[in-house]
Design a protein around this ligand. Structure first.
Ligand code: ISL
Length: 550
């Protein structure tokens, strides 16, 4: 597909504008070889499940060679597969098998940083200050006496300073290098042409093997403000010198030219955490990324007022650049929404861990069912994180010694946001590993709760009231119902605590976020409901899909 200037419809009807994309967290999806860690063989064996669910594509979290200091987001070789997940041949076979089933494949790419075991970083350490090897990363002399203080005050996303001091070859304390995440994840210097050339080659390596696109990790973070100035007092809340710098857009234009040079509608999907919606939309200009995760909806508290505001703002912002919106309820970085929506404070914000705050799982599940119908009915694309479709909740009682997230140790155990949503999938059976591993004696890399017994795929398939049946029905109808996916929506007049909207002239969705039952909007037929209706009324925390004309 070649983008032509000035044609507003040049990508109308493109698959990614309406896609339902299933996020496969490879390490926790299915274990093919019995070591308790999910792998490519496991994904391949369960592609039929993804097809039956009704997803158009899968997004695979990083599978590259990695010391796994941050679950694969510390990449040591971008052109090969980590042995824990399989081989390059396994990856190629997975791409073929997925394509045969009509499932597209998006792979994660991590361009902000690599692993400290990446050959470039090892060479940079060995080569010393002022070398071309160091120029591919962000090395600086420290401040203060003998350079003993970090070059600036930037804080890592994983707590503590963003800088680590190295010991030079002669044993003396030396320069500092920047890492916006763990010290094992040195940031690349995107001012260096080698970095651009290397990533172009890596993109082509995977595009040549048939991937349908990339999910770009930390797409707002690659370019840092010139001179690396100290961050201001509004740390972490607004514009920061290490995020959302204007120069980052040149990189996405470069990448777009690469994907556009391939046949088959290959896509760039950004992980873009930017507080201002207008600045967010800049990543989606016609010659930049195709789409980006809309985290504002995920962050929003449960409620008609805040969610209506997010929907309106999202659609207005995307309209500015002609991009389709996306809708996301959970992913591998945030507590699962069944748990979030059962709390008093239903919002999500990084750094405000609610680990252990009481939650009403029954309420959270009811809302999660309703939220599924809302997100699958909204305009644009949608992401389903593995386990959302089973109604899994955040596992909050993982023993401290089994936790794996680097954020846990680095934050002094204050933050536990990311292990509890990564617990391996329950497929079948009455006890762990619930069919996750082929061998019943295998120990999954994070422990599964015993009460997932009733939440396995096998326990939910064919059970009409299950979350899995709801997702399957909704995804099937979403494909076949005119008006869903990309396209316009219009609000229907409603109670302020109800969201009701039409998609085209035959379909409406309503969700009741008030305390009591409300009347359904006018309709011919109820197509799908997230819970039982109450004498023809829509109960609290329930959503419906309606056929509005025959
Ligand atoms: O800290 C943030 C906002 O202030 C986050 O948005 C942060 O940018 C985000 O969590 C980045 O996540 C991604 O990159 C990480 C990795 O650990 C996550 O799993 C991944 O989704 C580093 O590669």
């Amino acid at each position: 597909m070649v983008v032509t200037d000035g044609d507003p419809d040049e990508n109308a009807g493109a698959w990614w504008r309406s896609a339902a994309i299933y996020q496969v967290y490879v390490r926790s999806f299915a274990d093919g070889d019995g070591d308790g860690i999910g792998d490519i063989a496991g994904v391949r064996a369960h592609l039929g499940y993804v097809r039956d669910l009704g997803a158009d594509a899968i997004w695979l979290n990083p599978w590259y060679v990695s010391p796994q200091a941050d679950a694969g987001y510390d990449v040591a070789d971008y052109r090969d597969i980590d042995p824990v997940f399989g081989t390059l041949a396994d990856a190629e076979a997975l791409l073929t098998a997925a394509h045969e089933l009509g499932i597209r494949v998006i792979v994660d790419i991590v361009p902000n940083h690599c692993s400290d075991q990446h050959p470039w970083f090892r060479a940079a350490l060995a080569a010393g200050p002022g070398s071309p090897e160091r120029a591919r990363f962000v090395f600086r002399r420290g401040r203060g006496v003998d350079g003993a203080e970090a070059p600036n005050n930037w804080l890592s996303n994983f707590a503590g300073s963003s800088w680590t001091r190295v010991t030079e070859a002669d044993g003396s304390p030396g320069e500092w290098y920047l890492h916006q995440f763990a010290p094992e994840q040195p940031d690349f210097n995107w001012g260096n042409p080698d970095v651009h050339a290397e990533f172009e080659a890596v993109l082509r390596f995977w595009l040549d093997r048939g991937v349908d696109g990339f999910r770009i990790d930390v797409a707002h973070g690659l370019v840092k403000a010139a001179g690396l100035p100290d961050a201001g007092p509004d740390d972490r809340r607004g514009w920061m010198p290490f995020e959302d710098q204007d120069g980052v857009h040149d990189i996405w234009r470069e990448w777009r030219r690469i994907t556009d040079s391939y046949l088959g509608e290959r896509v760039l999907v950004g992980e873009v955490w930017v507080p201002e919606p207008e600045r967010f939309s800049r990543y989606l200009r016609r010659d930049e990324l195709h789409s980006a995760f809309n985290f504002d909806f995920l962050r929003s508290p449960w409620g008609a007022k805040p969610m209506r505001a997010v929907i309106n703002e999202t659609l207005a912002t995307h309209a500015l650049v002609g991009a389709p919106a996306t809708w996301v309820l959970s992913n591998h970085d945030v507590p699962r929404h069944v748990t979030r929506y059962g709390r008093v404070d239903t919002s999500f914000e990084f750094g405000h861990s609610q680990l252990g705050v009481p939650t009403n799982r029954e309420l959270g599940t009811r809302r999660a069912r309703a939220a599924a119908l809302v997100t699958l009915a909204l305009p644009g694309g949608v992401y389903v994180y593995q386990g959302d479709e089973l109604g899994l909740w955040e596992v909050e009682d993982i023993p401290d010694e089994l936790r794996q997230d680097p954020m846990w140790e680095r934050s002094g155990h204050l933050d536990g946001v990311r292990d509890g949503c990564r617990v391996p999938m329950p497929w079948s059976g009455d006890e762990p590993p619930f069919g996750f591993s082929p061998d019943a004696s295998a120990r999954p890399w994070l422990p599964q709760p015993a009460d997932w017994k009733g939440f396995t795929v096998a326990a939910q398939v064919g059970r009409e009231a299950s979350m899995l049946s709801l997702y399957r029905d909704a995804l099937r109808q979403r494909r076949t119902t005119r008006g869903l996916g990309d396209g316009p929506m219009a609000w229907l007049p409603s109670d302020p605590d109800v969201l009701a909207f039409t998609r085209g002239d035959e379909f409406a969705c309503a969700v009741n976020m008030s305390d009591g039952p409300v009347a359904l909007p006018a309709h011919d037929e109820v197509l799908l409901a997230s819970g039982p209706l109450d004498a023809g009324l829509l109960p609290a925390d329930t959503a419906v899909w309606l056929r509005t004309a025959g």
